[in-house]
Structures are given as C-alpha cells and as structure tokens.
Design a protein around this ligand. Structure first.
Ligand code: PXP
Length: 242
C-alpha cells in the first residue's frame, strides 16, 4: 500500500490570487521528499486548478509515480499521450460539480472506451485505471475492457452519516476489492479520505495498493506543514496493516 498525493488544491490556492505561488510542483517535490510514492493531478476541462503548464512541469519533476486523472475527452487524451504519465485514471467530469461526484458508468461508456480510449492508452504503455463505484457490474465490465486497475470511489464511505451507513459502505468496498483482485486487476482507492477514516478503510478493505488523497491532506498541511502531514498519513498506512 502506498500514498499518492493529489496536489490539485495547491493550485486552487494559487489561482485564487492569480499569483505563481503556492506552486503545485514545489508541493509535489516536498511530498516525494517526505516519502510519498507519487503524485496525482486532475487536469479538468475548465482548468479550475491544475493547468497545462503544470502538467508538463510535474512530468519533469516527479520522480515516483505520476497519475494523470482526467475525463476521457479527445483533448485530454492528446495531452495524456504527450505527457506519458505512469497511470491514467479516467473519471466522469461534470461542469457544475465541486469535485468528482461518482464513478464511471461502464455500461454507457463501454463501446466508446473500447474503440476510442483504451487502445491508444494501451499502445502508449500507460497503466489504465478506472474510477468506479463499488458496483459488481461496472467492475466486471472494466475487467472485460482490459483495465489494469480500478480506483474504488471512497466518497460515500467517507461521507457516511452514521456507523451503520459506514459499515454498509465498508462491506461494499471490501467485496469489490476482493472481486477486483480475483479478476486480476490492481485495487486503488480515493476520495474524501482523511486521518480519521483512512485507518478504518485500510483495516477492513483488502488488497489496497495506491491510495490517492488530496483535499484533507493539503488542508491539514496549512497547520502542520506538508512534510509532517505526508509523514502522518504514511504512519497510518504502515501502522494499520502489513
Ligand atoms: N480520486 C479521484 C478519482 C478524485 O477525483 C479525487 C478528487 O480529485 C481524489 C481521488 C482525491 O479526493 P480528495 O481530494 O477528496 O482526497
């Protein structure tokens, strides 16, 4: 299990004042120096946080795993193929949403992904990760289409309003992780994770590999500093399991 830090919201803060700081690339370097295994960024169609020039600078400066999160538009595919990240995580994207709101619907995406998206990413040798809700049908279709990895959407677990709801979401994530593993794919997870819910997730859900954490980690770093915050997350990952 390893930590990939999503640095989108360092760019959000930068863009709030139209200055060149804080620099998401500098943040990525600090995270890697603190021990993070890699960096995630989401280049959105509206460029609300990460911008094209950040992407190319991240590619130049990130030593570990670079995970390019994006909607599967022709525009993003072209940029992704030029950048050649280690992982491409495909997500649904809505203009009005504050953040990614759910996983891909594989039934509606299947034909388009099979023809237009998967072959070019495979040819480029980029690991293909699909961001999915813990739904059996979506996971089976992801395996059929040739995905390497599933990133399980942990948002509903993270936002569960009581223990019963949290247990329900944990059970779904656990069953899905087992299925993904049995189908020969890698199990990643992300969305809404923080210092409180992460230990619960990794205690109960098996086979987890890359954990992508952004908003809560970057927010905490305002008070603790980025280096210390990354190290605290990594302590949890090492302490709870393995
Ligand atoms: N994984 C995916 C697919 C996401 O869209 C996001 C949010 O950008 C994250 C992980 C990280 O979520 P958070 O910022 O809530 O930690």
């Amino acid at each position: 299990m390893q930590l990939l830090v999503n640095i989108d919201h360092v760019a959000t803060l930068r863009n709030a004042r139209g200055e060149g700081y804080p620099d998401p690339v500098e943040a990525a370097i600090v995270c890697e120096n603190a021990g993070a295994a890699g960096i995630v960024f989401h280049l959105r169609g509206d460029r609300r946080h990460i911008r094209d020039e950040d992407v190319f600078r991240l590619k130049k400066n990130v030593i570990g795993i670079l995970d390019f999160e994006m909607a599967a538009t022709d525009e993003m595919l072209e940029i992704c193929l030029a950048v050649k990240p280690d992982i491409c995580t495909l997500v649904p994207e809505g203009r009005e949403e504050l953040t990614t709101e759910g996983g891909l619907n594989m039934e509606s995406e299947y034909d388009d992904f099979e023809k237009r998206v998967i072959p070019v990413l495979k040819k480029a040798g980029i690991e293909i990760s699909l961001f999915l809700d813990p739904i059996e049908r979506d996971i089976e279709l992801a395996a059929k289409i040739g995905a390497d990895t599933i990133e399980l959407h942990t948002g509903p677990f993270a936002n569960a309003s009581d223990e019963k709801q949290q247990q329900f979401e944990i059970d779904r994530l656990k069953e899905s992780a087992i299925l993904i593993h049995e189908l020969g794919m890698k199990v990643n997870a992300g969305h809404g994770l923080n210092l409180v819910n992460l230990p619960v997730l990794i205690k109960h859900v098996p086979h987890l590999e890359d954990i992508s954490i952004g908003h809560a980690l970057v927010s905490k770093s305002l008070f603790w500093g980025l280096e210390k915050t990354v190290k605290e997350y990594m302590k949890i990952m090492k302490g709870v399991r393995k």
